[in-house]
Design a binder for this molecule. Structure first.
Ligand code: BES
Ligand code: ZN
Length: 590
């Protein structure tokens, strides 16, 4: 049985949901979804069943045609409400009728003006980490898995997609009902759907793109190599068990770069950037099909078990499809970002441990790059200690042993110490997991492409601006890492120089632009603000905006501008991005 989850009010020991049959009818005018759910439990339950719920308007619950007694009997500002089904008499199936609320955290209702086509609205769900409970009552913990089938109704001409297999569609008058099934058991945070003006284009036998017609061709070019990445990932981790790997191109307001919804990664359209430069992001979301979606973190305290191995796998996939030099540049760049992140959090901070202690805390507030990049370096240290061939064997066995299960750090460590006891000891596995900061030397990564970046950075520090020729062969990744080495600030006049050198005005590379904005704000380069505002008005990926808002609220010249800028566009952003920026502004006393 899964360990108890500080972010769920349910009690899986009472019995677990094994299957849900859902009907979902979005009402775009009222911004709510009508939901009917038929639940099946893994065993007959007598007495009470606790489920997570939040902001739900429940009309009724029935079992075998009889009303079930229920109440919302516990409320918690962090966790929502506990839905208590009581006096159950060996119940295995029950139905719930409800409406979601316009403020449901899992839903973002996007107006036509924020889409590529500009004519139709777009609706999608994002459940990670704890928002599935705002769609339907469930055991909203990654420790419980269920299969599902669903009917999703869309008004014409919109199309619906789910992170599931589409098994039919039936047009009826002014709407169409799409039917889906998800035969592989998933945790609630991987439940996902979207409704919009979408079309499909295949890029390979198991890979394709759902996107608005205005951008589907561009996206198909950008991600034409997804099938190769899928094959590289299978070589690393074993067979792909989710049948298809498609992308859904999201409006830019999506608060992440990507979200690993099974069979259908949700990918921010800002990464349709015209340079095929988002290989790492696809590699990342794809790798989650194994680390995260097959082997799942038991609770959000073990979040690193999702993100660390995934980030490691990302670098291995890049190595396979783009070569070892590109992979090592990425690793070196990330090690550099991690050092900055640890410095920001404080080297002794518990937030720099892989295993987190989150009771009473919102997991959103504890997210940092640590789970990703420290987790990646940990796996690299294990690979180095074990040797690549043995470590690859371990990875295969690890996935095979725990697939479709949720595990915590202790189970991981137990398996590691059993299979690779020497590597666990040499790498210092327990230290990596339970102690803050980084082992000495852990961030030293040899990379010739990085060395080139560092030498130009060093020359600049000695007063030499790089010539166009010197950096003309650089990739966007090198440019971005270079700009990071200049943080926190440079001479304001040099900002304009680098802006021209790397052609940052009007760049389609959001990651590069965000790093430049952080540097520019810190350096007092006010001219960057209009372009940043335009970027903030459309692009929602919160990781792009957090560093810039930290800079805006930290520098005297920009401090008074930070809150008004945010207020002008907050209505366009997802609750997650709004929350992240609110925290930064509040911390700065704004
Ligand atoms: N699963 C995460 C996104 C996420 C994390 C959603 C926490 C909700 C809560 C996804 O796989 C991810 O990590 N995305 C990052 C990728 C990057 C850091 C490699 C992103 O969106 O940019
Ligand atoms: Zn991830």
């Amino acid at each position: 049985m899964a360990p108890s989850d500080p972010h769920s009010l349910s009690d899986p020991a009472q019995g677990t949901i094994s299957h849900i049959k859902l009907r979902l009818e979005p009402d775009f005018a009222r911004r709510l979804v009508r939901v009917q759910g038929e639940y099946t439990l893994d065993r007959p339950v007598r007495g009470s069943l606790f489920l997570d719920a939040r902001d739900l308007d429940i009309a009724g619950i029935e079992a075998g045609g009889m009303a079930v007694r229920w109440s919302l009997d516990r409320e918690d500002p962090l966790l929502g409400q506990r839905l208590h089904l009581s006096d159950l008499q060996d119940v295995r199936c029950f139905t719930i009728d409800l409406k979601t609320s316009p403020g449901a955290a899992a839903l973002q209702w996007i107006g036509p003006e924020q889409t590529a086509g500009g004519k139709h609205p777009f609706l999608y769900s994002q459940c990670q980490a704890c928002s599935a409970r705002t769609l339907f009552p469930c055991q909203d913990t990654p420790g419980v898995r269920f299969t599902y089938e669903a009917e999703l109704v869309a008004p014409a001409p919109l199309m619906t997609v789910m992170a599931a297999e589409c098994v039919g569609q039936a047009p009826q008058g002014d709407h169409t009902t799409y039917r889906f099934r998800m035969p592989q058991p998933i945790p609630s945070y991987l439940f996902a759907f979207a409704v919009g003006n979408l079309t499909f284009q295949a890029v390979g036998p198991r890979t394709g793109i759902y996107a608005e017609p205005e951008i589907v061709h561009q996206a198909a070019w950008e991600f034409a190599e997804n099938e190769d990445k899928l094959r590289a990932a299978e070589a690393l981790f074993g067979p792909y068990l989710w049948d298809r790997y498609d992308l859904l191109i999201m409006p830019p307001a999506f608060p992440y770069g990507g979200m690993e919804n099974p069979r259908l990664t949700f990918l921010n359209s800002v990464y349709v950037q015209g340079d095929r430069g988002a290989t790492w992001l696809i590699a990342h979301e794809l790798a989650h099909a194994w680390t995260g979606n097959l082997v799942t973190n038991a609770t959000w305290e073990d979040f690193w078990l999702n993100e660390g191995p995934t980030t490691y796998a990302e670098t291995r996939i890049i190595e396979a499809v783009e070569g070892v030099e590109t992979a090592e540049l990425e690793i070196a760049g990330r090690a550099q970002s991690l050092l900055r992140e640890i410095k920001r959090l404080g080297p002794g901070s518990p937030m720099t441990c892989l295993k987190l202690s989150l009771a009473g805390k919102d997991p959103e507030e504890s997210y940092s790059l640590v789970a990703y990049f420290k987790g990646m370096l940990f796996f690299r240290a294990l690979e180095q200690a074990a040797g690549r061939a043995r470590f690859d064997g371990f990875l295969h066995d690890y996935i095979a042993a725990f697939r479709f299960r949720s595990i915590d750090s202790e189970q991981f460590l137990g398996f590691l110490e059993e299979r690779l006891p020497d590597a666990a000891r040499v790498a210092g596995a327990r230290r990596w997991i339970y102690e803050p900061g980084l082992p000495r030397g852990a961030a030293d990564v040899a990379s010739s492409l990085m060395d080139d970046v560092l030498s130009v950075s060093e020359e600049y520090r000695h007063g030499r601006l790089p010539s166009d020729d010197r950096v003309s062969g650089w990739t966007h990744m090198q440019q971005g890492i270079f700009l990071e080495t200049l943080l926190p600030r440079i001479q304001v006049a040099d900002c304009a120089y680098f802006e021209k050198l790397f052609r940052l005005q009007g760049t389609r590379n959001g990651g590069l632009f965000s790093t430049f904005c952080e540097l520019a704000v810190r350096s007092g380069y006010r001219e960057v603000l209009p372009a940043y505002e335009a970027f903030f008005a459309s692009v929602g990926r919160y990781m792009f905006h957090e560093p810039v808002f930290r800079a805006l609220s930290g520098e005297a010249w920009s401090r008074p501008l930070a809150r008004p800028l945010f207020e002008r566009w907050r209505h366009r952003h997802h609750a997650h991005t709004v929350g992240a920026i609110e925290r930064i502004l509040a911390q700065a006393g704004l």
